[in-house]
Design a protein. Structure first.
Length: 117
């Protein structure tokens, strides 16, 4: 069985830190943080858990910054989402899950070019 290592990009790490600080004061952020970690636990057992994003819809930013040629999206509480890509690990028996972004639904729509009503 392959081992799975989860890594956060600097952007995702920063957002998670901000949410974690806010979670001390507000229940909504606490729910998001807990939801995020629950989904990470699921992904450790099934790296293809998220909704796969079509290659043509992968933002150029992800392709350039992270050399992402696959992308998955996972919903977390409060209409937030996170995106991740799969990479080969150091050994043949390792898969790296690179969390690219943790974002609100509005930010997700902007990043992926979806328009509001």
């Amino acid at each position: 069985m392959k081992t799975v290592r989860v890594i956060l990009s600097p952007d995702a790490d920063e957002t998670l830190k901000e949410l974690s600080i806010a979670a001390r004061r507000r229940k909504q952020e606490n729910t998001r943080v807990k939801g995020f970690y629950k989904k990470i636990d699921i992904i450790k057992y099934n790296v293809h858990y998220g909704d796969q994003v079509a290659k043509s819809l992968i933002p150029v930013e992800y392709k350039i910054k992270y050399n992402a040629n696959n992308l998955f999206r996972v919903e977390i509480p409060g209409f937030w989402r996170f995106t991740y890509t799969l990479k080969n690990g150091i050994t043949e028996d390792e898969t790296v899950v690179l969390i690219l972004d943790i974002m609100s639904h509005e930010t997700y729509n902007k990043k992926f070019g979806y328009r509001g009503k």
